[in-house]
Design a protein around this ligand. Structure first.
Ligand code: AMP
Ligand code: MG
Length: 524
């Protein structure tokens, strides 16, 4: 456990060298009192933030009312102004004292009940009956401009009763990683939780070294996970399962409410949503890295950007996480793991699907068997677009062409993102990417070009800029040392991934060969 924050700060001030002193002063840690500089800025445009407490009220068994730990010297380091706008919150207000108090959980609107949510989960295949928010809080639900409920959630807000020995905090690097990658995913059209803000807390956090602490304010269409249902399944409480299912249906699959078997219709909807999301991951070369069932949402949104990475040279066996020794969550395994996780979800719903267990199993199995067709349809549609092919080209031809190209890329280990982007140039009759230079590559190009691919349409789907691993590391390293400029530039690039822009050329470049092997870490 950490010492008292003040004692740690003092210890740091005694121990750090000049460079570290710069880092700490950048985040208001001990070297100077920078906490007042932001407070005068703006209380203009204030509209009261209204936070509902629906989850806390309707599912009290699944949460523990809890408060955030006060941040000693909060300072906004990233604020998502467009997202704030969608939520009807003035960015200037969020930067002011009251906004920062909301973003760190120091003060919540009247009537809101911040809670730590309970959930269970299969982690690398092993079941943990009690995980829950160890360092996070659901502050409540906001209603966005479309009238949709969205969770406002904090990560890194201090230990909760679910902390299980963890310190409850988060370091600034991992919170900025989640901010950056989730916003890039959103810009790439992948369903995901969103990031509203990262606020440096001014609290030192002890990891392998001592790092500046931060809180991420996250927006999600809900924080219901497969693990939430698994937790309820361990409680043997049919009424609770019913209520949880009703909440999930209301938020994510309203049409299921009027289905003959609402729980089965919910299962169908989640299977379809997850199949679509995972197909999108695969199409952009995203590796989540920790697809435990507590990290799989009911909404279909991608959640928890811990040890995630993007493919550089194409290798479907790619694994980046330092703890994924068996490669369970390797790139190519992601659809299989999703299906496995959905089977765990289906098991929890069996009592509501049918009173006759055998019949319930048959129905759930039928639903699960549809995953692969949903996934294949979504994947082919994405590949059709990436290859610039029209609807007249059959799914079969599209899938074969895509698979053959990936096979060539695997042999040559060509960069996944830039190879697809460069294909449009070939479609225009220009230079061919490296992967098409071999005899097999030429044969592939001939087959493909005969189908008259549409280069402009390809440029509308194949990104120039993704959060390449080496740039993410560069940006987070600099941010940890107090320099946010590389983070801001990378965010600017990945925020509009399709529009090639002058001045951002380096962000389109593949990683240098010296960068591999890349390793990512959980529990940060
Ligand atoms: P994650 O890898 O972020 O999905 O977290 C898995 C579980 O570990 C969740 O129950 C988290 O709340 C918990 N956890 C992760 N880091 C910490 C921490 N520093 N303190 C307390 N709980 C944590
Ligand atoms: Mg998690």
């Amino acid at each position: 456990m950490l010492d008292e924050p003040k004692a740690v700060t003092q210890h740091l001030i005694d121990a750090v060298g000049v460079l570290d002193a710069l880092r700490w002063s950048a985040y208001g840690l001990g070297m100077s009192s920078s906490t007042t500089t932001r407070s005068e800025t703006a209380r203009t445009g204030t509209r009261p933030v209204v936070l509902g407490g629906r989850f806390a009220r309707e599912l009290p068994e699944l949460s523990i009312p809890w408060s955030a730990e006060a941040a000693p010297a909060p300072q906004v380091v990233a604020l998502n102004e467009p997202l704030a706008g969608e939520l009807g919150i003035a960015p200037a207000w969020l930067r002011g004292d009251e906004g920062i108090a909301l973003l760190t959980g120091a003060a919540v609107p009247e009537g809101a009940t911040p809670v730590a949510q309970a959930y269970a989960g299969h982690q690398f295949g092993g079941f943990s009956p009690r995980l829950g928010d160890g360092r996070a809080l659901l502050l409540g639900e906001l209603t966005d401009a479309d009238g949709t409920l969205r969770d406002l959630h904090l990560k890194g807000s201090g230990p909760t009763p679910f902390a299980r020995g963890g310190d409850g905090y988060a370091a600034i690097g991992p919170m900025l990683r989640e901010y950056l990658v989730s916003e890039a995913m959103h810009a790439l059209g992948v369903p995901t939780t969103r990031s509203l803000a990262v606020v440096a807390t001014g609290r030192p956090v002890r990891r392998e070294t001592v790092l500046p602490g931060a809180v991420l304010a996250r927006i999600a269409s809900s924080h219901l996970r497969v693990g939430t249902f698994q937790y309820v399944a361990t409680q043997d409480d049919r009424d609770l399962l019913h209520r949880l299912t009703d909440v999930a249906i209301a938020r994510h699959a309203p049409a299921a409410a009027s289905a003959e078997r609402p729980a089965l219709a919910l299962l169908d909807a989640v299977i379809e949503a997850q199949a679509a999301t995972i197909a999108r991951w695969m199409s952009i070369g995203f590796v989540h890295g920790v697809m435990n069932t507590d990290n799989m949402t009911i909404s279909g949104e991608t959640i928890d950007y811990g040890p995630c990475a993007f493919l550089d040279g194409y290798d479907p066996a790619s694994v980046y996480s330092s703890i994924d020794h068996g490669g369970r969550y390797a790139y190519r395994n992601q659809p299989i793991v999703a299906e496995w996780n959905l089977a765990r979800f289906a098991e929890t719903l069996l009592p509501l699907i049918d009173d006759d267990l055998q019949h319930a199993i048959e129905l759930a199995t039928g639903a699960l068997e549809r995953f692969s067709a949903h996934y294949a349809d979504a994947w082919v549609a994405l590949m059709r677009a990436k290859l610039g092919l029209g609807e007249a080209v059959s799914d079969e031809i599209t899938a074969t062409l895509a698979t053959d190209l990936l096979g060539l890329m695997e042999v040559a280990r060509t960069d996944y993102t830039s190879t697809f982007r460069a294909l449009a140039t070939s479609a225009r009759g220009g230079v061919r990417p490296d992967v098409l230079e071999s005899a097999a590559g030429e044969a592939w190009a001939e087959r493909w070009l005969a189908l008259e691919p549409h280069a402009d349409a390809m440029d509308r789907v194949n990104p120039v800029y993704i959060p390449r691993n080496h740039f993410v590391e560069e940006a987070l390293g600099a941010a940890t040392d107090g320099d946010l400029a590389p983070f801001d530039r990378l965010l600017e690039a990945v925020g509009r991934p399709l529009d090639e822009r002058a001045g951002l050329e380096r962000y389109a470049e593949p990683a240098p060969a010296t960068f591999e092997p890349y390793t990512t870490y959980c529990g940060t």
